[in-house]
Design a protein around this ligand. Structure first.
Ligand SMILES: Cc1ncc(COP(=O)(O)O)c(C=O)c1O
Length: 367
């Protein structure tokens, strides 16, 4: 990839090119949202020196795409600087909920604080083959929680998300043309306090990933995304997966735990699901609640749906939510329908651990 600073000078504009970048980005958004619909596709065609991208929309899903072209857009050829200008405009017009404070990329070998430059080469196999892994670590009061890494100077609370990719190369399936792995990391600002309000979950109808893939954090998160969308469409916060034997598994980006009537904290075992860092830490921190008499035992074992729905408490656990009480699962109200004392106690313990836990879980970010 050409480094951003070595972009060639702007070349002359093609007068046929529409100048309003927003029209294009708007159309692209519509297209991308509809990508999963049958009867929609793209075609590129060359007319002399001018390239057209033809967007094909079928009025009848059984019709051939090419015969039913309904919309044609001209796409300009941009210089590197023009492309970057448009990336900047795009960013400025986006009403982003999150702020990206900095990104490291091994491809350009540095850190950028300009969100417009936080890009990944299109030939990186992580982009077109999903050949990469990622993770996220929370940052609290300038300390990375449970990570031997560090990054930004000005951040107080947020997270660091990082990807290890097989790297740029070509558009083949095989990674043999990728010469060097790439590391990308972005610091995301988050000033909102951790939410302890009870939420509702449903059982996911999207199939869970097979254990080989569910136990790793690869970039193939389409099932997780679909499961979250299903939840949101049903007015719920998350959808819960069951494993192939029907036991409770996990949420799309969090683990699950329950408190039984006998005051046991039970967590599904990690054989078929992601072994969450937060869930593992919670298992250690929960010992404090045993000492206080709020819990009798802590167990990692199979949990049936029936047992889960009959529990006194249910909670989601992950670096995004920390510990979030669940008050309803499908039609079943959990416990008394209120945030449970164990979930709230565990949330406080995790926050305390992030703020003043041992050096093994807190890595200072040098300012
Ligand atoms: C599928 C899945 N399960 C569980 C978790 C929770 O893991 P952690 O506590 O390490 O964030 C995540 C985190 O993103 C996840 O994606």
């Amino acid at each position: 990839m050409t480094s951003l600073s070595s972009c060639p000078k702007i070349v002359s504009h093609d007068p046929r090119v529409p100048s309003n970048v927003h029209d294009h980005s708007h159309k692209s958004n519509v297209i991308f949202r509809n990508l999963s619909l049958p009867g929609l596709g793209f075609r590129n065609s060359q007319h002399g020196s001018h390239t057209k991208m033809i967007i094909l929309r079928s009025s009848n899903h059984t019709e051939s795409l090419v015969d039913s072209a309904a919309q044609i857009s001209d796409v300009p050829n941009l210089s590197c600087l023009e492309a970057i200008e448009r990336l900047k405009t795009n960013r400025e017009t986006q009403k982003a909920k999150q702020q990206f404070l900095a990104m490291y990329s091994s491809v350009f070998g540095g850190i950028t604080t300009d969100p417009a430059a936080m890009v990944i080469p299109i030939d990186d196999h992580m982009v077109h083959r999903g050949h990469g892994v990622f993770d996220t670590a929370a940052i609290m009061d300038g300390y990375l929680y449970e990570l031997d890494e560090h990054l930004d100077r000005i951040l107080r609370k947020g997270s660091l998300r990082y990807w290890l990719s097989v790297g740029p190369g070509d558009f083949q399936l095989s990674p043999s043309g990728c010469h060097q792995p790439a590391l990308y990391a972005v610091v995301i600002q988050d000033q909102s306090p951790f939410d302890s309000k009870g939420i509702q979950v449903i059982t996911s109808s999207v199939p869970i990933k097979p254990p080989q893939f569910a136990t790793m954090k690869s970039v193939n998160y389409l099932p997780n995304v679909l499961s979250k969308m299903e939840a949101e469409e049903n007015g719920a916060y998350a959808a819960i997966w069951l494993d192939s034997d029907g036991f409770v598994a996990e949420g799309p980006n969090m683990n699950v735990a329950f408190v039984t009537k006998q005051k046991e904290l039970i967590m599904p075992n990690f054989d078929y699901i992601l072994s969450g860092c937060t869930a593992k830490r919670v298992l250690t921190l929960a010992a404090e609640l045993v000492r206080e008499g709020k819990l009798r035992e802590i167990k990692v074992r199979n949990v049936t749906v029936e047992e889960g729905k009959k529990a006194d408490e249910m909670m989601l656990i992950g670096s995004g939510v920390l510990v979030r009480p669940v008050v309803q699962w499908d039609e079943q109200v959990i416990g008394d329908g209120k945030e449970g004392p164990v979930a709230l106690g565990l949330l406080n313990l995790v926050i305390e651990d992030m703020k003043s836990g041992p050096p093994t879980v807190r890595v200072p970010v040098p300012y």
